[in-house]
Ligand binder design. Sequence first.
Ligand code: SAM
Length: 224
Amino acid sequence: NLSKRLKNVVNYIPNNSKLADIGSDHAYLPCYAVLTNRCHSAIVGEITEGPYKSACATIRQSGLDGKVEARKGDGLEVLNPNEVDVITIAGMGGSLITSILDSGKEKLEGVETLVLQPNIGAHQIRYWLKDHNWSLVDEDILEEDGKIYEILVAKKSVHKNPFSSEMEKELFIGPYLIQKKNEAFFKKWKHEKQNYERILHQLESAQQTEETIQKVKEIQLKLQ
Ligand code: SAM
């Protein structure tokens, strides 16, 4: 049974598309997408031998040989130009997702939709999309097993600017997520706020320590 996180990613894949799932690990997502007829076929990209083998096993066990194809390689290098309509990259940090997109830019030719699911650092992807003429068209945030996940959907053909005059804030938090404000959203940002408050507190303590050290030095000088 596919996780709630990956099911939500699949929900944003346009019907009847050809998919590439990069960094797929076990290939659960592409096999589910083809078995449920969301995609007619899929390519699975994996850089690591173990996950690549596990992807091949899932494909065989699902009877999807010929419809889902596993390829071993780094990021988008496993793709030929104009081979797929949609790319999913899920379960990694925003910086890794961004670097996979950036080093495979020429392979994005012909791709219409990106569905990206960063575990952390979603803002890095928003900046990259904006700087490379991809329109952010939707976002989602969900909680599963106590962890919060974000999903970013971007389109090439749609020229929609989701940003207002408060673009910096929206790139950081998410222009659609700010509007939707669901339970997971509040949980994430409450947690982030607590993190920043903790850092602030530590900085204040460090400052106080610095002041105490300074006082001791001054007293020592006076005693000499
Ligand atoms: N996408 C799956 C999910 O969301 O459950 C698996 C996520 S798993 C944490 C990340 C996978 O990405 C690993 O199997 C890793 O080998 C693969 N990976 C990391 N960097 C990669 C790259 N540059 N190209 C292809 N695969 C990569």
